[in-house]
Structures are given as C-alpha cells and as structure tokens.
Design a protein around this ligand. Structure first.
Ligand code: IPD
Length: 272
C-alpha cells in the first residue's frame, strides 16, 4: 500500500544519505583501488566495499527478511519478497578522480532483482558532494530535495541533449563509440556524466532530454529508473524489451521512440 511504499522511500533515503556521508568523508584518503573487475579500467575502491558493507549491515538490522543485491557482494535472497538493490558508489571513476558526479543508489524492488521482471517500489539516489537527493515511490512522484520533478517536453532529436555511458571492455567500447559517432551529428550534444544513476535523475530534473546506455547492471538502474519514470519518462529497451543490460533508453515518449528507432537500426543492443 501507499504508506508501505512511503516507508520504503524513507529507508532508502536514510541509507543513501548515511552511505553517502561515509563515502564523502573517505576522499581523498581512502580512494585506493582495491580490485579491478572486467578490465583494468573497471575499478573497485576500498570505499565501494566499505559503503556496501554499511548498507548491508543496516538492512540486516532494519529489514532482516528482505533480500539484497549489491554491486560488490552479489545477491542474498530474502523471504519477504522485497529485494534491496544497491550501488555503493555509482560513478566510481569520478570518485577516484574527485569529479563530483558520483552517488549512492538504493532501491526496493519486488519480482526479483532482475530488470526483466522487477517492479521498483521505492528508490533514492544521493550525490554527497553537493547533497542532491532524488527520491521516488511507485505512483507517488519523483522529488529532488522536496521539489517535484518533471522531464522536459519532447523536442526534435536535433534539439535534444542526450546522455550516454560506456562499458569498461575495449570491444564493447569500440561498438559504442561507432553508435555515438553516428548520433552526434543528429543531436544538440552528447553528455557522458559518468554515473548512470545521476544521468537518469538529471533527466528527471530536466537536465537532459534523453539517456541511452548498453550494459547497465540492475544496481545502476533500480532507483534511478523509478525516479525517471515517476518524473514522466519512458524507460525501455529495444524491440519491445524492458530496459536492462542489453539497452536502456529513457526520456519523454516521442524522444525515446526516435532514439529507439535509431538504435534498432544500428543493432545497438547486440554484439559485444
Ligand atoms: C558505472 C557508471 C557509468 C556507466 C557504467 C557503470 P559504477 O557504474 O554508472 O556511468 O557508464 O556502465 O558501470 O561502476 O561506477 O558503479
């Protein structure tokens, strides 16, 4: 019900703010790279791990029946049907370099921790450097620091500011660069902010006209896709698929339709 969702939003916000404070306090002393994942560019800092530990500890205290999926430590199923999908630092490379566009993302979903089947109930994306805090509850709107958010009205592609992002593996990057090379002459400009969660929240606030990205993981998408949707965006994949790792396209409906047609024509949801 409505009040249960409100409660989940409040928990998501408390968690994201507390982890955000920890992460912020860790710069610049605790930014050492702890490990690499899919490639040497795909890093995990000590603070990604510390932030996820904090989120897991709090959830074990406050929501012991719920499951949790986190970027660094994987999936632990629960018994309640609710799963928390968390990204301890989205925008880790920005964090490493001291570029402010990084955030903690916390969402509560039902239907399993998979974007193909889930329904996101509540989410919060908190950027600790400037304190921007985005929240959304299913059917309850999207907010930034208490202000209701609304996406821009659709404008022609050539007037659209389009966000995107890239994976960490060279083969995929080559393919993504080819898609961007074709798109750049057709749009107002491209932004690569470096945090998919903040891209979608920025879109919700009118700071982008659209976003698309291949390779997003559930924790990149969970909270921010609800913020975008509750601000009036369509968030979907290609060929009628739901948004997921193959492709996520977000924006006002007409802009998404145009971008989807462009991306489908290039087979941008297949290949490396
Ligand atoms: C990354 C960021 C980036 C996006 C990558 C993600 P991480 O998340 O969201 O903007 O382009 O696909 O992996 O690794 O910093 O949590």
């Amino acid at each position: 019900g409505e009040s249960a969702i409100r409660e989940l939003v409040a928990i998501a916000e408390r968690l994201a703010r507390e982890a955000g404070a920890l992460v912020l306090e860790g710069r610049p002393d605790r930014v050492e790279v702890a490990a690499t994942k899919s490639s040497p560019q795909d890093v995990v800092t000590a603070m990604d791990l510390a932030s996820e530990n904090l989120l897991r500890e709090r959830l074990a205290q406050w929501r012991p029946e719920d499951g949790i999926l986190g970027e660094e430590q994987g999936y632990e199923p629960g018994t309640s049907g609710i799963t928390w999908v968390v990204d301890p630092i989205d925008g880790t490379v920005n964090y490493l370099y001291g570029i402010p566009a990084y955030a903690v993302s916390v969402a509560a979903v039902v239907g399993g921790p998979d974007p193909a089947t889930w329904q996101v109930l509540a989410g919060c994306v908190h950027a600790p450097v400037d304190g921007r805090t985005f929240t959304a509850g299913l059917g309850q709107g999207a907010y930034q620091d208490g202000r209701r958010l609304r996406v821009n009205s659709a404008v022609p592609l050539e007037l659209s500011l389009v966000g995107t992002g890239f994976g960490y593996v060279a083969e995929r990057r080559r393919a993504q660069a080819a898609v961007v090379a074709d798109l750049l002459p057709l749009v107002r400009d491209i932004r690569r902010i470096g945090s998919a969660a903040l891209d979608l929240c920025t879109l919700a606030a009118g700071g982008l006209d659209a976003h698309f990205e291949r390779g997003l993981q559930p924790w990149d998408l969970a909270a921010a896709s609800l913020v975008a949707q509750e601000a009036g965006a369509v968030v979907r994949g290609l060929h009628g698929a739901r948004a997921g790792s193959a492709m996520a396209v977000a924006g006002p409906e007409q802009t998404v339709e145009r971008l989807v047609a462009f991306l489908e024509e290039r087979g941008a949801d297949t290949g490396p």
